[in-house]
Design a protein around this ligand. Sequence first.
Ligand code: ASP
Ligand code: MG
Length: 402
Amino acid sequence: MLIVKKFGGTSVANKERIFHVAKRCIKDYREGHDVIVVLSAMGKYTDELVDMARDVNPRPPKREMDMLFTIGEQMSVALMAMAMNALGVSAISLNAFQVAMHTTSSYGNARIKRIDSDRIRHELDQRKIVLITGFQGINKYDDYTTLGRGGSDTTAVALAAALHADECQIYTDVDGIYTADPRVVKKARKLSEITYDEMLDLATLGAGVLHNRSVEMAKKYGVQLVVRSSLTEEEGTIVKEDAKMERMLVSGVAADKNTARISVVGLIDKPGTAFALFDILAKANINVDMILQSVGRNQTKDISFTVSNDSAADALNVIEKNKKRLNPEHVECERNVAKVSVVGAGMMSNPGVAAKMFECLFNSNINIKMISTSEIRVTVLIDEKDTEKAMNAAHDAFGLED
Ligand code: ASP
Ligand code: MG
């Protein structure tokens, strides 16, 4: 078998953990498998690099930022190769250049285009464990790029796809995907399986276990993922196309507090108003999530939408700058709001999920400010202070506990 194993920063944070990971990989290797290991930078090293850079220049050039970032992952793979070597196993570390991990040009947010597999195959054929830097690539200018924070997951999936690996295991500091954040919902339960689509919704909604793009890529290339803990031997969660499980209506509850609601009140009710507003926001590169339009008084309408907290100021700014074009009566911004969602492929063929969600919030006396739905998700916007209560209520209502 060819196995790709990815370990995050906490899993390689110090010497003990490095050896722990080394032994885990060697076990597979000794069973006769080909083993590729993708590593992130040790502990919070990438954050430290950000601090160092900002200390020198508050707005560092993106190219140089990527140049700096790449040393973090390079340090991990080199030390891991040394650890394996000390344990009597031959291993070799490769960075994005040596592999030739080709990406698009955009620094800080590059996408993988193509991976040369020759060098990796050659090293595997020599019976070496191959250690590869996560998160980084090279572009057509022969410059280093990075895939965006948390991007090592995507490196691992891309390698698994390119080399047709039999397994892609993502090791992290949690032991799998839960029905809700166990720190918030005490009754949360680990899922044995979940679909790509559910995982994507949960990831976007702040579950934060896997890099979003890694899940997108896994879905696209049919790479089955296993998410498990690097610290325990517990079985993890399998992420795949069609999770069979006892098809529950809902698989998980997620919350995102990094949300603000902006209401543009008293817009003229004529064609093109919504276009004007969202065109302005799009051109300013502001991601809009939920949208609600409602009828106002005297041929006016109100449009509310949500953005992440950090882009709220920018959104207000561009709206203010385009006051003439939009001509609203006034604009409001509410930051103490949160999105709470229930996600489940099982709701596709079952009506009544939204009603049940609203009912449980009503029973907990929680007011809903906005609603949005997809085939497999119901999201409500509520007061931030009600987040934990809402998550627990939904978790109970949909019977997600053991
Ligand atoms: N070291 C990078 C980061 O902290 C990439 C990763 O961990 O996946 O974002
Ligand atoms: Mg991560």
